[in-house]
Write a protein that binds this ligand. Structure first.
Ligand code: HEC
Length: 103
């Protein structure tokens, strides 16, 4: 019985690893690590993920403008969310993840 449970757990772990490996440049992970503190709470006026009214006028500027603002900073939005160790690609993936529910 114990063996069977262990086998089931191992199978579940393998599935979890496979699922996350399939996500590209992991925008969700970057968001959780570098952006959530402001973009989930609205701290300092940050647009909250999933808030259509807050994002509509921003999305209208075009995704490239949003990428640039996320990478270089925009008013109270710090460059790369203040995490200069992130690559541009990682920041772009996080932007994609952030606007995905509203576009
Ligand atoms: C310290 C808080 C803070 C963190 C951390 C942060 N942001 Fe922001 N972000 C803001 C604020 C505040 C604004 C609104 C700026 C404005 O419109 O004046 C903003 C705006 C934005 C915008 C919209 C820019 C535009 O042109 O309208 C994007 C895209 C964005 N952030 C992406 C990110 C990403 C991606 C991360 C993580 C890598 C991140 N932010 C981390 C505070 C933060």
């Amino acid at each position: 019985m114990t063996k069977m449970i262990a086998a089931l757990l191992a199978g579940a772990a393998t599935l979890a690893v496979t699922a996350s490996a399939q996500a590209e440049a992991d925008g969700e992970a970057v968001y959780n690590q570098a952006c959530m503190a402001c973009h989930m709470t609205g701290a300092a006026g940050a647009p909250i993920r999933g808030d259509e009214a807050a994002w509509a006028p921003r999305v209208e500027k075009g995704i490239d403008t949003l990428y640039t603002h996320a990478i270089e900073g925009f008013n109270a939005m710090p460059p790369k969310g203040g995490q200069m160790g992130l690559s541009d690609e990682e920041v772009k993936a996080a932007v994609d993840f952030m606007v995905e529910p509203v576009i």
